[in-house]
Design a binder for this molecule. Structure first.
Ligand SMILES: Cc1cc2nc3c(=O)[nH]c(=O)nc-3n(C[C@H](O)[C@H](O)[C@H](O)COP(=O)(O)OP(=O)(O)OC[C@H]3O[C@@H](n4cnc5c(N)ncnc54)[C@H](O)[C@@H]3O)c2cc1C
Length: 376
């Protein structure tokens, strides 16, 4: 139970969603710190508690090795026997494996490489500089932690989503929730494919509610370089054009904050929150390096924070596309009686967050119940 939180997270991780937002059907956070952010241990307890109060028949430590179509539904093979089922809900998660670009294969053997599944704490890395690749939630958090441990840190930055931790005195995720941005439905999103691929926001949950954007990292002494494009003769080559990448992220953040302001004005919330704020543009380094000699000893380790992907190798039903993504329409998979939950923008923008599951599950289970009723 809570397997991914037990085995696939680093030691210092806290949720980036505030405690009050950790809600599951019939279970709300009721502790003393609604605005705080849970540690991994607290998330595990929360999920264990949910298993108890929901009364669901949970079987832990069981691996599904195959799901295939059978005459009357699906045949499920597990490490603990076989199951025949008329319907199956795939809730195996969107982040089963780290997604690492192929150029990692050209990195000299003298440089240690880790993914976020293997990373636990800075002490585990060899002494020396660290190159963190990817500047979304995971990358910015690990770059900050590694820099604080005293190491020289270089952060390779591609497309990213910049957000302040708090806006007009409230958590930025309060705004996402209250303004309805997170409730936007998948069939109303303009470019759904793109929305589903959007990187996680640059956010960290700390007791101080700090904003961890690229300006904060640069002030800590983290060196920013562009997106890692290639390895040639043992040198990492980074894209130029950081200015464009930064201004796009700044622009999108401004637009989102503008949406919040409009909502607050229209719905009469201006009196309950602080005045509108605008943030300093992301500072472009004077001369960002375009290459780095990986054989020089400057970089002792690389941490890949380049995202995650699902793993459907156990699914023997032809519903996975060439890119390894499940074909589905709002969680209704293209094989009768097969459903999915917990994937990016499955039915709403909040679908992959803990607080997103309840609304999605209600609708998907509703479809499932109608499917079963129609067959009776
Ligand atoms: C680093 C990181 C930080 C995150 N931070 C937040 C946050 O702050 N707030 C938030 O709301 N969300 C956060 N998320 C998203 C978070 O993962 C989801 O909100 C939540 O964990 C999704 O739950 P899930 O059950 O859908 O998927 P998962 O938690 O991925 O669980 C899926 C489960 O299915 C199991 N499984 C997979 N394949 C099989 C198989 N073949 N047989 C048996 N079991 C299988 C996995 O082992 C796993 O236990 C974060 C994700 C990551 C990766």
């Amino acid at each position: 139970m809570a397997n991914s939180w037990r085995r696939e997270r680093w030691d210092s991780l806290r949720l980036l969603t505030p405690n009050w937002q950790s809600r599951l059907p019939g279970l709300r956070y009721e502790g003393p710190d609604p605005d705080g952010y849970m540690t991994v241990g607290e998330v595990i307890e929360f999920i264990e508690h949910f298993a108890k109060v929901s009364g669901a028949p949970v079987r832990t430590g069981v691996n599904v090795t195959s799901v295939r179509q059978a005459d009357d539904g699906y045949h499920v093979a597990t490490s603990d026997g076989e199951i025949a089922s008329r319907t199956v809900v795939i809730a195996s998660g969107a982040c089963n494996q780290p997604s690492v670009p192929a150029l990692s294969g050209a990195v000299p053997a003298s440089v240690e490489q880790l993914t976020t599944f293997g990373y636990r704490h800075p002490g585990q890395l060899p002494d020396g500089g660290v190159l963190v690749v990817g500047a979304s939630a995971t990358g910015v958090q690990l770059a900050a932690e590694l820099r604080r441990s005293g190491r020289p840190v270089t952060l390779s930055v591609g497309e990213h989503v910049r957000l302040p931790r708090t806006y007009r005195g409230r958590d930025v995720l309060w705004w996402m929730d209250a303004s309805g941005v997170w409730d936007q439905r998948y069939d109303e999103v303009e470019d759904l494919t793109r929305a589903r691929r959007l990187p996680s926001p640059q956010l960290v949950g700390t007791p101080e509610r700090m904003t961890l954007d690229l300006n904060a990292l640069a002030s800590m002494g983290v060196e920013l370089v562009g997106r890692w494009a290639a390895v040639r003769d043992g040198r990492a080559l980074f894209s130029g054009g950081l200015r464009n990448v930064f201004s796009l992220a700044d622009l999108k953040m401004e637009r989102l904050l503008g949406t919040f302001d409009e909502w607050a004005g229209a719905e009469g919330h201006d009196g309950e929150v602080g005045p509108p704020e605008r943030f300093t543009a992301t500072r472009v380094p004077e001369s960002a390096r375009l290459h780095l000699d990986l054989g020089s000893g400057e970089i002792a380790a690389i941490v890949w924070a380049t995202g995650f992907r699902p793993d459907y190798r156990w699914l023997d039903v032809p519903v996975v596309d060439a890119k390894g993504q499940l074909n589905h329409e709002g969680g209704v998979v293209g094989s009768p009686g097969l459903y999915a939950l917990g994937l990016p923008v499955l039915r709403r923008r909040k679908s992959t967050f803990i607080c997103g599951i309840e609304d999605d599950a209600r609708e998907v289970v509703d479809h499932l119940a109608r499917y079963l009723a129609a067959r009776r």
